[in-house]
Design a protein around this ligand. Structure first.
Ligand SMILES: [Zn+2]
Length: 500
């Protein structure tokens, strides 16, 4: 292909029928005519394929999740076909005009609502919605949902039994301190791969580099190809596994994209500096804890590459990604994101509020107007990168870091998995830090708690700090935060510590 382009003297994206005709009319060498004909065929082919690929976003024609998620197609090879189409479409649609993006949202909302009507909870909730009219203006008629709303109901009320056997059960404590179980179906997984592909390509200038994902456990829906999972147990195990990670990065001929929680990437940067290592990195991607500009700069400086954040939650998937200008864009082909006030009414663009999202591909358990637990501002201002997807600024995510005076840092994200693991012994938890190394764990226990008490304390000490002193307090209600949301970590040291 590059040979053809060089002969014509025409850049790939500049080939047009008129230019090719102009070359032919001048009666130049015959092989140029051949090359031009070849270019025309390729141009038509690309055009047809793009037409087809962009239609896949709208679930038209034969591209249907039902086909590609059928058990007979449950192989990587087959999944690559819709993945290829979806990725191609998403790379184009991020630059489409607003009207076209909104049209996609309308169509995808309609498909979701039509499906959700089979589910008892949604059948009632969707009653006031007229499906033949524009749906986005009708969204305020629907309730705001949350972990709390679903936790109080029976599973059969909010899930589709037909999709449950093939869906993935996920569990999270998130920021509520209470394990919450939810489901993602194969259609969600399939679309999620393409959303990730767009993020991976964006961080490395449109080209897909190998990705090394540093994670505590492998989750579905990340990437199907050129993706390498690197297991760490938590923040502190980055140090213990540094040698293996460096070896893995160096085993690639070229550069790689590194991906992990912010606190882990920060720890990696500090270790790299401490030991004077050099890594060939194309970009670094981080999710989870918000990073201050100072820490961000520290990572970029030490690792010698750019850092990109993205915004995701366990239930709603990847809601926004950073562009080349480091502005967060909403994945609007994936979810309809609203910023609402405490009554659930949308606020005007540019105003701060709660982030609620409706994810189009959550058929087994629809997440419609689901409260992310985070706050933010959505803007309709244009971004210099040229993308037309709306931009979002996050405000005060609750995820932070626990710092000790000896320099040890623990991510709050490391705590919920411990309680997820002991869910049979503890129903809800809340950790209160009372002194530098003293923690009171308030819990709502189950009858099995006494049996597991020592083991859970040991696990907590291993994660927090070897000097941590754990005491238990049994309660029947935990302190709630703003908007009735439970808090799973509180710092009540006196006087309050000052962090830079
Ligand atoms: Zn941008």
């Amino acid at each position: 292909m590059s040979h053809v382009i060089t002969l014509c003297g025409i850049e790939e994206n500049q080939i047009s029928a008129s230019r090719i005709r102009a070359v032919l009319c001048r009666g130049e060498m015959r092989h140029i005519a051949d090359v031009a004909a070849c270019g025309t065929v390729m141009m038509i082919g690309t055009h047809l394929f793009n037409m087809f690929a962009t239609n896949t976003l709208l679930k038209k024609f034969w591209r249907s999740d039902r086909i590609w998620t059928h058990s007979i197609f449950d192989r990587k090879t087959f999944k690559k076909i819709p993945l290829f189409c979806d990725t191609r479409a998403l790379m184009a649609s991020q630059y489409w005009d607003r009207k076209r993006i909104e049209e996609i949202q309308e169509r995808r909302l309609r498909t979701l609502f039509e499906h959700a009507r089979r589910i008892p909870f949604w059948k009632d909730a969707l009653e006031p919605i007229a499906l033949n009219e524009p749906l986005r203006p009708q969204m305020p008629k629907l309730p705001i949902t949350s972990k709390k709303v679903f936790s109080e109901k029976k599973r059969a009320e909010y899930t589709d039994p037909a999709l449950l056997p093939t869906s993935q059960l996920e569990r999270t404590s998130g920021t509520t301190g209470k394990p919450f179980e939810f489901y993602h179906d194969r259609g969600y997984e399939l679309r999620s791969y393409a959303i990730c592909e767009r993020i991976f390509r964006t961080v490395s200038g449109g080209i897909r580099y190998p990705v090394i994902s540093i994670r505590a456990r492998e989750r579905m829906g990340f990437a199907l190809m050129n993706y390498h999972f690197f297991h760490v147990r938590g923040f502190n195990s980055v140090r213990h596994r540094l040698h293996q990670l460096v070896e893995l990065i160096r085993s690639f001929e070229g550069s790689v994209v590194l991906f992990g929680f912010s606190s882990w990437i920060l720890e990696l940067a500090r270790l790299v500096q401490e030991r004077g290592l050099t890594l060939r990195l194309k970009a670094v991607m981080a999710a989870g804890e918000e990073l201050s500009d100072k820490r961000r700069h520290e990572i970029e400086e030490t690792l010698g590459t750019k850092l990109y954040m993205y915004y995701a939650t366990s239930e709603l998937g990847r809601l926004a990604f950073e562009c080349e200008r480091h502005v967060l864009h909403v994945n609007e082909e994936w979810a309809y994101v609203e910023i609402v006030d405490d009554t659930g009414t949308p606020v005007p663009p540019g105003s701060e509020g709660r982030i609620v999202a409706t994810v189009f591909d959550t058929m087994v358990m629809p997440f419609i107007r689901y409260d992310s637990g985070d706050r933010g501002i959505v803007s309709e201002d244009t971004c210099p990168c040229g993308r037309t997807l709306r931009t979002i600024q996050l405000k005060g995510r609750q995820i932070t870091l626990i710092a000790f005076d000896d320099g040890r840092i623990v991510s709050l994200l490391d705590i919920p998995p411990i309680f997820d693991f002991y869910a049979s012994a503890i129903r809800q938890f809340q950790i209160v830090r009372t002194e530098e190394y003293a923690f009171t764990v308030r819990i709502i226990p189950t009858p099995r708690f006494e049996m597991r008490k020592e083991t859970i304390a040991e696990h907590l000490i291993r994660t927090l700090h070897p000097r941590a002193d754990i005491s238990w307090e049994v309660t029947d209600a935990l302190t709630e935060g703003r908007n009735g949301k439970a808090l799973y970590f509180m710092d009540q040291r006196s006087p309050a510590p000052v962090y830079v």
